[in-house]
Write a protein that binds this ligand. Structure first.
Ligand code: SF4
Length: 62
């Protein structure tokens, strides 16, 4: 899986980091960064995280 964040949409709310801190890292300034890629067995959690992003900024490719 390839997780991406659209930096032009991210508002830094941090929901994603709270749920998957090894994948998302909120920055002091600017949009949250992807710091790791989850394995396939965490896809279900990742889909929940994507759905909980208030800015719809998280993308998922293969
Ligand atoms: S949940 Fe969405 S808006 Fe909030 S920090 Fe993560 S990517 Fe950005």
């Amino acid at each position: 899986m390839k997780v991406t964040i659209d930096g032009s949409k991210c508002v830094g709310a941090g929901n994603c980091e709270a749920d998957m801190h090894d994948v998302f890292e909120v920055q002091d300034v600017g949009p949250t960064k992807v710091v790791g890629q989850p394995k396939e067995d965490r896809k279900r959690l990742l889909e929940l995280v994507i759905g909980n992003c208030p800015a719809r900024a998280i993308g998922l490719g293969s």
